[in-house]
Design a protein around this ligand. Sequence first.
Ligand code: SF4
Ligand code: SF4
Length: 128
Amino acid sequence: MSFPCTSCGACCRDVKIFDNYPTLKGILAYKEDGSCVNLTEDNLCAIYDTRPELCRIPQGLSRRMLLGTAHECNRLQEKYGIGEEYRVTVGETEGSPSPLYLTPHQEAEAFWAVFSSKASKDQQQKGD
Ligand code: SF4
Ligand code: SF4
């Protein structure tokens, strides 16, 4: 199942936060308010087709990861006062469970590994 992103733009509003992580630092340029330079006034991405790997939600996330990501999207939407029509829901019967049983800790590590590898691709591209 793909992640049902509602294109609210909330996750692009504070990319300055990535400066706190050495592997993610500098991947996305940001404006004075910390939002991505590529975020348009209507909350869309000006470089959507060529956006960094870091901005792409991987396919094949386990149900737990989908739910966790949706929860984070909705938390950010509330933080930024974005309308309820943008809330992300992951249907009760949709999605497929992870084929392997992973503890939450292992799953968090797997998620971080995916992010780190995506970030290192972005860093390589910046260096090219
Ligand atoms: S916060 Fe979530 S729903 Fe909104 S644009 Fe980002 S990924 Fe999509
Ligand atoms: S590059 Fe696009 S998708 Fe990525 S944070 Fe910026 S506006 Fe959002």
